[in-house]
Design a protein around this ligand. Sequence first.
Ligand code: ADP
Ligand code: MG
Length: 691
Amino acid sequence: MSKSARWDSKDESKHLPIYQHKHNLIQAVKNSTFLVVTGETGSGKTTQLPQYLHEAGFCKKGNIGITQPRRVAAITVAQRVAQEMQCTLGREVGYQVRFDDCTSQDTVVKYMTDGCLLREILADPGLSQYSVVILDEVHERSLNTDILLGLLKKLFSSPAKASKGRSRPLKVVVMSATLETDKLSAFLGNCPVFTIPGRTFPVTCMFGTAVGPKDTESTGYVKEVVKMALDVHSSEMFRACDLLFEKAEAIDYRYDVQDQTVEGLLILPLYGSMPTDQQRQIFQPPPPGIRKCVVATNIAATSLTINGIKYIIDSGFVKQLNHNSRVGMDILEVVPISKSEAQQRAGRAGRTSAGKCFRIYTKEFWEKCMPEYTVPEIQRTSLTAVVLTLKCLGIHDVIRFPYLDSPEERFILEALKQLFQFDAIDRRGRVTQLGELMVEFPLHPGLTRAVLKAASLSCQDMLLPVAAMLSVENIFIRPGHPDKQKEADKIHRALAAKSGGMNDFATLLTVFQLCKSSDRPSEWCRQNWIHWRALKSAFSVETQLREILLRLQQRDFPVETFDGNKGELFRQCLCTGYFTNVARRSVGKVFCTMDGHGSMVQIHPSSSLFDQEAELNWVIFHDVLVTSRVYIRTVCPIRYDWVKDLLPKLHEVDVYELSSVAREEVTDEEMMKWETREAAKRQPEVSAEDV
Ligand code: ADP
Ligand code: MG
């Protein structure tokens, strides 16, 4: 980067709406413990406020930490701020996201995901390293941010704890787009609210015809969006021809992005796990005469501001992690967005001049299918991991924790039940020694349980790579072209065969090992239709998990012996973590889950066990995909014997004892609801042939 470009970005920041309020903002932070800062997206909150506080000397007695719900946002914003402050990323300005730490001894302004700060609180409940903690994007209402809000509120309810080990009191800034600021202020003891007046231009919104009230599970919306984008592109600027449409439709934007162009259009993807060098391009102006078209997940709605956006095409849908009561698990679902989210999306077109927003859905869809606000994540996803974190922080009564919006009690009870099943808490809801170890791993508790079991049997070398492979994006490339697809499928089947052909977890291990021992791993990936980037991350994740494990093994770590068949050790370890995901073959290709939901599921065609169902009786699986059917993915056959002693744990739990809630305190209505659910979950009979 040239010197002049650096000066440019610094100069640019002086034109942001926040700049005029610099002095007052610094004063406001100095004057109170909690401060809510609100302003239109793009006004400069995320990139500027930490710099102002840095300049004002807040880093002399501690660091400035800024949380983001999304990892891409944390990384991109840190890059930008490092550039504006003219320092190397990772020195004064750094970032930390799960499995990627770009900070050093010198780091004083640290962007991180909310999950990372939650982990830091575990090690240092008073956050003594920080002088200011900024919770950003609070309006997104991510699970971890909501928990952080409650924890920080609680911290200041005991002043002794809040001031422990520090010379200056901690300051907490909560930043949000213009939603719900009164509620936030009330929650934080009626703290002051600082509003940055924004300037926005009018955005004309137009409804389309492609998605109506009957299409709430639409899968065709991607095509409609592409069509609309090209319509806009051609009618508002360039000539269009069918060729363009065909070309654009053929773009599989997850792969080979750089090579794909449509005449006059520079197509850039923007999504959660994309590589950082590609992210940089998003912010750069397009070459003369070329229009930039950013295909984004809802990360672009508020987390990141791309200058000069004039047209928005709104699909009306979002991919969201929701607790699915049909299968009793969290799954990614495509659901209609809320009206407030739609307004945010539209607003992105009016930042630098008047803009237009094309919605592919009808007015009727807006009225009938889109809720007013998005339901906070805490009310729709599994709470298992955060409940364990709270317990490890000594917060025993997780039901009466100060939640900004309380989750339904049954979700909390469900989380406690799962923790009990994984031996992370005991019957009275107290954290076990194993629970203390489990909380250290940034993985799903089931997967952690399997890793710990393996480690106690000294065979972590089998489980750590699998845990890493399951923590990165899908490693198998499935090309769009039918011939290539056949070729890729064949190669993937051969890889599965190398690991015995009947265990998807073992296939992951094999791919990991083969690639790692290859002289030219990237070439190996190319030949085998494997994502090199994903595997590279898996290697790094595996190293980090190994380091965590080594650290834990210095403590009082369980040691067990195994007297079964060595060839079955791997699968038996998996069972310890996946016995909640056990299914038994029912009829034909249909399996029935044993977790009490009794869902009817089928093996996904991507599994090496697909079409081999006749040979199987019992399987465990990593996750499910819900379409018109429920599919289980990453599957492995097991023997009933291995889970026989574990399965009763799924049913014989007294949730009230776990939650330490006296029965009398529970309303009759709650009790009825719970008991009806439990009754419906009776475990299917097991017959002799299964054993
Ligand atoms: P807010 O947090 O209020 O939404 P930001 O601080 O994120 O606002 O954005 C302020 C400005 O900084 C915007 O104009 C945005 O385009 C610009 N910006 C942020 N990140 C980058 C980046 N990585 N590259 C270029 N510009 C950026
Ligand atoms: Mg922001």
